[in-house]
Ligand binder design. Sequence first.
Ligand SMILES: Cc1cc2nc3c(=O)[nH]c(=O)nc-3n(C[C@H](O)[C@H](O)[C@H](O)COP(=O)(O)OP(=O)(O)OC[C@H]3O[C@@H](n4cnc5c(N)ncnc54)[C@H](O)[C@@H]3O)c2cc1C
Length: 353
Amino acid sequence: MAMLRAVKTAFLPRFSSLISTARSVSTLVVAEHEGGAIKGPSISAVEAAKALGDGNLISILVAGSGPSLQEAAAHAASCHPSISQVLVAYSDKFTHSLAEPWARLVHLVQQKGGYSHILAAANSFGKNILPRAAALLDVSPITDVIDISGSSQFVRPIYAGNALCTVRYTGTSPCMLTIRSTSFPVPAISADTKSNEARISQVDLSTFGEDSVGKSRYVQHTSQDTERPDLGSARIVVTGGRGLKSAENFKMIEKLAEKLGAAVGATRAAVDAGFVPNDLQVGQTGKIVAPELYMAFGVSGAIQHIAGMRDSRVIVAVNKDSDAPIFQVADYGLVGDLFEVIPELLEKLPEKK
Ligand SMILES: Cc1cc2nc3c(=O)[nH]c(=O)nc-3n(C[C@H](O)[C@H](O)[C@H](O)COP(=O)(O)OP(=O)(O)OC[C@H]3O[C@@H](n4cnc5c(N)ncnc54)[C@H](O)[C@@H]3O)c2cc1C
């Protein structure tokens, strides 16, 4: 008996630091904002946090400077009924989402809050910051999570989406995850739950480690002004591949997208050939999309491309090669010349209202 007690005491401290029951789950969602609003993928990370356990206290962290941060904090307080607290870090060190100061900020907030989980979206913001923060906190992050069962079991795709890997986290707190936003769509929030505003409090930055500042600096941001919907969240995506043959011909894809109110996507071959900029690339090394309708023209369907669009609800493919692998994932396929099919579609589709 005495020996048993001795063994128990010796092991207790180690086990008590493990992620334990659902009762002790508290989550920090590291959020990105733009134009005074929390971005959709960060709200999906909040949606994912709900699956970590009942009674999960969800806090959201926003940082930056100026009036747009204040607006973003107000939006964070009301954008999802499960958020109980908004933490706001006011400093121009965080304005441009540089990984070094942001990772240090996450480290500081974790030291004060002792969260069991820290989540961010698996987009360029989250992929840049979260692993660096995990290294500072000396834990192993789990990336691109598509399913959550309880507080320590997660599913993530591997080998360009050709295998699903179930991971059990047995490390110390915090368990850090990046979330694939297309796997956690946010349901429309009703008016009565919206009135449930979360508390807003400011992060005390007096002990912030300045050693993280100045290691990188923001130079400039260039983006294409377009009225088309964002590729990551569009309901319809029209994608062109190498089959389009030139940047000039690719304009047909843009015209079709415009008529359908769709976003434009591209394969890596189309990007490498200079038809379109690389932020339109769909796939393993580009964006992951899961629209209601995905239309692929002159796309062969390489595994690296399929990895980015296979979860689309309806997939339509037009290719002149009946053996093209894209037809294995397409719900509707047309073997034909895209230079005949697209003009016909443009002619037959009704004008956009
Ligand atoms: C590490 C790694 C990462 C990668 N990441 C990505 C990624 O993120 N996204 C991505 O897309 N690729 C990625 N790739 C590249 C990928 O392997 C393929 O090379 C690429 O997807 C091929 O693009 P494509 O389908 O446009 O071109 P192709 O494979 O050349 O296919 C063109 C298709 O157009 C058809 N076609 C030609 N003319 C016509 C016509 N007139 N009418 C109808 N059909 C026509 C042809 O039959 C053919 O099937 C990656 C590769 C590697 C090695």
